[in-house]
Design a protein around this ligand. Structure first.
Ligand code: HEC
Length: 106
């Protein structure tokens, strides 16, 4: 299990490097429908991922909390609009997306 996570993180690293340059979402984000509500650099239904990145970048300890929120949903941080739960994604997948968000340049 541990090695699966390690290789997923390594693969995410590669994916992130390519995606960040293209300023594009990882495939996982597209597959998981994040793009229905989020864009990299503009607000859609949810906050832009660059704004999320700016808010949390200095706080590595927020990563786990954000990953849980991606899976379970939640509201009240950016406004009244809630983010629904994303049951198709697990914490490890959510962490890949959080890492991508953290990797975005300001
Ligand atoms: C139906 C619309 C919708 C979808 C789909 C959605 N989000 Fe969100 N997302 C939101 C909204 C609205 C917020 C703001 C919630 C708040 O104010 O607490 C948000 C907030 C967030 C945050 C910041 C949370 C915080 O506490 O600051 C992250 C990270 C995030 N989304 C990632 C994702 C990822 C990754 C996916 C795909 C798996 C996704 N979202 C799918 C609407 C959505």
């Amino acid at each position: 299990m541990k090695s699966i996570i390690v290789s997923m993180v390594a693969a995410a690293g590669l994916m992130v490097a390519g995606s960040a340059l293209a300023a594009d979402m990882p495939d996982l984000a597209k597959k998981s429908n994040c793009t229905a509500c989020h864009a990299i650099d503009k607000k859609v239904v949810g906050p832009s991922w660059k704004d999320i990145s700016k808010k949390y970048k200095g706080d590595a300890s927020a990563k786990a909390k954000l990953a849980t929120k991606i899976v379970k949903g939640g509201s009240g941080v950016w406004g009244a609009m809630p983010m629904p739960a994303n049951p198709k994604i697990d914490e490890a997948g959510a962490m890949i997306l959080v890492d991508f968000i953290y990797s975005l340049p300001d």
